[in-house]
Design a protein around this ligand. Structure first.
Ligand code: OAD
Length: 254
């Protein structure tokens, strides 16, 4: 793993005016948010996604699922954007540059790190809606201070029939169409797509780099380990997000 910016990565970044950055859980790992599939500390190595992140799980036992998501929201609330998030915000502010973040992450660390154009493909831990009438929910919520087994979700104040659920895309659910179209537009119109901290295993998000390459847009991967996308990208830099991104953005300033 080298922390010196590879020359070909720097040259590609220097010439880019429209940058799209596709991020995954590795982007927030150095903020203390667990990834999903990393050995030892990945969330899905500890819990079965089928038990906690599917509509079936929710309708069987909303209190169990709500407790788990509420705890994850609390963990994010207590964490801070890392140097990688902040570097992307700095890059976005450079003259004659647009930078779109397309994230699979449900945390809010890109926004808190200063990025303005963020598309959340998989929803957000901080957005809620009724599981029956779909009405967005902006009422009060109490997030637990410790992990708890069960927590009753609020009842929908509008239809009074449903429960309030996280506005997150669970396994088996489609992506929000508008958000996915925005993501496609961002990668197709970019002159650089940077892929940071994703295993590239979950589609359709993992298909975005190929869509970009189909339009001739160069794709650069930043990830300390190989991913499912590594063989298909144009350039790779084996480095962590919080080390690599600040180095890259500092090098652009020179
Ligand atoms: P994964 O857990 O599948 O992959 C995390 C990736 O981050 C791996 O490729 C790691 O090598 C890399 N990584 C780890 N630490 C890193 C660091 N410090 N800097 C850079 N990279 C690092 O997470 P995702 O690819 O985001 O879905 O998973 C995709 C989706 O699967 C998630 O959005 C989630 C999950 O089910 C939903 O929540 C809907």
């Amino acid at each position: 793993m080298s922390s010196t910016v590879p020359k070909d990565v720097l040259d590609t970044a220097r010439s880019a005016r429209r940058v799209a950055v596709l991020t995954g859980a590795g982007m927030s790992a150095e903020s203390g948010i667990p990834t999903f599939r990393d050995k030892d500390f990945g969330l899905w190595t500890k819990v079965d996604p089928e038990e906690l992140a599917t509509p079936t799980a929710w309708f069987q036992d909303p209190a169990r699922v709500w407790a788990w998501f509420a705890w994850r929201a609390r963990v994010v609330q207590k964490s801070f954007p890392n140097a990688g998030h902040r570097a992307l915000a700095t890059w976005e502010k450079r003259e004659r540059t647009t930078l779109d973040v397309v994230t699979q992450n449900v945390d809010n660390l890109h926004e808190r790190g200063g990025s303005r154009a963020v598309t959340h493909l998989h929803g957000s831990l901080f957005a809620y809606r009724c599981d029956t009438c779909g009405e967005p929910y902006e009422g009060d919520l109490t997030l637990p201070h410790q992990p708890v087994e069960r927590l009753t979700p609020p009842a929908c104040p509008r239809c009074r029939l449903g429960n309030i659920r996280p506005d997150i895309v669970w396994f088996g659910e489609p992506l929000d169409r508008g958000r996915f179209e925005r993501a496609i537009e961002a990668v197709e119109s970019a002159d650089l797509v940077l892929v940071v901290g994703t295993s590239g295993m979950v589609y359709p998000a993992a298909g975005l780099p190929a869509i970009a390459r189909g339009q001739g847009v160069p794709v650069v991967e930043i990830n300390p380990r190989e991913s499912d996308l590594s063989d298909t990208v144009d350039l790779r830099w084996e480095v962590s997000a919080a080390t690599g991104l600040p180095r890259l953005v500092e090098a652009l300033e020179r």
